[in-house]
Ligand binder design. Structure first.
Ligand SMILES: C[S@@+](CC[C@H](N)C(=O)[O-])C[C@H]1O[C@@H](n2cnc3c(N)ncnc32)[C@H](O)[C@@H]1O
Length: 268
């Protein structure tokens, strides 16, 4: 039986408070970003597989779930396991790199190519003069060549990008990095990334750093110390990490950390 207007199961839309209605409709809202989303095609190179999924509903890093169309997903067949996702054009992956991409300037070093999204978006910024992308696995570099990632960019943007096949932990930059983005891990939780990022920052003489998942590392540390997330406690934890992290300059940063932690924080 369909609920009728008289049996009490219908609530007229105009009787629903606007904030509750907005939350209820959020999952049906398409994901929108002003950042560049390249065109990807399905392919396989070595253990890596790129797939394009017609319609996805996926959570953000700090925002509610959104719909995305023709979403590319990069996964790798792990030894003795099935495929695991390393990167995708989902709201979570984009929001969790966005602060770094927007802060990119001068010589930007991106550790981990993946789908090349962070590197390409950094290169598209007029403030960025050069992008060095350091990638360990030649198959990832080949996959991005095969799908024509850089063919989607104008020649002046492509000219800014150097792809280097090297281990991010060993790579030393000839010229200091004005911005360093570190993203070489599969899970978003894990505190070893802060120590590893310190090594990468030292080796590239980095002036500013954005670590993928840094918000969760900050939230985990706050929890261990029994601290609420405020500007002061975030600054204290960032100082402990001994990295010039971008993010804390934002007035909404403690709130963003709390929202990301609510969705994604796991014990490590
Ligand atoms: C999550 S993906 C990076 C996604 C990328 N930020 C983007 O926007 O598409 C991680 C990448 O780091 C690479 N990687 C893992 N360990 C590495 C290492 N030690 N040195 C360099 N690259 C590494 C992986 O092969 C993979 O391509």
């Amino acid at each position: 039986m369909y609920p009728s207007e008289t049996d009490g199961t219908h609530i007229p839309v105009d009787a629903i408070p606007p904030e509750i209605l907005a939350d209820a409709l959020a999952p049906l809202t398409p994901f929108v970003t002003d950042l560049f989303i390249p065109h990807y095609q399905s392919c396989e190179v070595g253990r890596w597989r790129l797939q394009v999924v017609p319609l996805l509903l996926s959570p953000g890093y700090w925002n509610p779930a959104r719909l995305t169309r023709n979403t590319a997903i990069l996964s790798r067949r792990e030894v003795g396991q099935d495929y695991r996702t390393w990167m995708s054009m989902t709201p979570m992956e984009i929001e969790s790199q966005e602060i770094g991409v927007r802060a990119a300037t001068g010589h930007t070093v991106v550790m981990g190519m993946g789908m090349g999204w962070a590197a390409v978006n950094a290169a598209l910024k007029p403030e960025v003069t050069r992008v060095t992308v350091v990638e360990l696995d030649p198959d990832v570099i080949e996959m991005n060549r095969l799908i024509g990632l850089f063919d989607q960019l104008s020649a002046d943007i492509v000219a800014k990008i150097d792809v280097v096949n090297a281990d991010a932990m060993e790579y030393r930059s000839g010229t200091p990095a004005d911005m360093l983005m570190t993203d070489i891990w599969l899970p978003i939780n894990g505190d070893e990334r802060m120590e590893q990022s310190r090594v990468m920052a030292r080796n590239t003489d980095a002036r500013q750093v954005y670590v993928w998942g840094q918000e969760l590392a900050i939230a985990r540390r706050a929890r261990v110390l029994g601290l609420e997330l405020t500007d002061v406690t975030v600054a204290r934890i960032v100082a402990e990490f001994d990295l010039s992290l971008v993010g804390p300059e934002r007035p909404d940063y403690p709130g963003l950390i709390a929202r990301a932690a609510e969705k994604w924080l796991r014990d490590v």
